[in-house]
Design a protein around this ligand. Structure first.
Ligand code: ADE
Length: 240
């Protein structure tokens, strides 16, 4: 396929998994689901097991050096990746707690490109040689361990899809910009104005737009300072 033909397909998530039935799963609902129906993006799964070469369709084996669990075979994964990359542009991502932490800037880069190939691991992991040979981009959602890469793939793809042109309305786009400031969001309130003895902050009822803007900004700063010293540091350095 030519570059143009690939681009004409729309933003495409191609997912290599042992559990293709997990997709699109929650991404078939709500914002991402509507965008999928409209053809703004495509969700394609490939069953890793289809690339096994033996009668039992084996995809994993015991680790050299001993230890618990099973390791996904490099030859099987390489064959699956070769097929996935044949008519697909965009980086190949391996979801693993050993990867670089997923941040909004990577999400933005991925959403701007033609799509992603996402490899979901199971068992103890993947033979290191295929990660090196295919120069997989290793990405982690955070310092916790999922039972497999699939829920992480769903989260990664969701984060990208909501940024694609035509997916969000104007209001939601503005909310995205507020994350761009490097601060956590200010708190939100709606009716009733008093609930279980708790009142909405007075300034929000004032109709004074500039005061409201200032209050929200101060709240965003304070929340960020208290909850995320790392983001607060980066924000202050950027301002300096
Ligand atoms: N697979 C298992 N745990 C994961 C995590 N925290 N992030 C990404 N992929 C994973």
């Amino acid at each position: 396929m030519t570059e143009d033909a690939i681009a004409a397909k729309g933003w495409t998530a191609r997912i290599l998994t042992l559990f293709p039935d997990m997709f699109p799963g929650p991404l078939g609902q709500s914002l991402a689901g509507k965008a999928l129906e409209k053809g703004i993006w495509r969700c394609e799964t490939m069953d890793i097991r289809d690339f096994a070469t033996d009668r039992h369709r084996t995809v994993d084996d015991t680790p050299f050096g001993g230890g618990a669990g099973m390791v996904m075979r490099p030859d099987v994964i390489d064959a699956a990746l070769a097929a996935a990359m044949r008519d697909h542009a965009g980086p190949a991502i391996y979801l693993t707690p050993r990867g670089r932490l997923l941040k909004q800037d990577l999400v933005r880069d991925l959403a701007t490109g033609p799509g992603v190939v996402v490899l979901c691991g199971r068992y103890e992991g993947l033979d290191e040689r295929v990660i090196e040979a295919r120069q997989l981009l290793e990405v982690s959602l955070g310092d916790f361990v999922l039972s497999g890469g699939e829920p992480a793939a769903l989260a990664l793809i969701d984060a990208c899809v909501r940024l694609l042109p035509g997916v969000m309305g104007a209001e939601e786009t503005l909310a995205e910009e507020s994350f761009n400031t490097g601060l956590l969001e200010y708190p939100h309130y709606t009716r009733p104005a008093e609930w279980n003895g708790r009142k909405v902050p007075e300034v929000l009822m004032s109709g004074h737009h500039e005061k409201i803007r200032q209050w929200r900004h101060a709240e965003a700063e304070e929340t960020t300072r208290l909850r995320r010293p790392d983001l607060w540091d980066a924000y202050q350095k950027r301002g300096a």
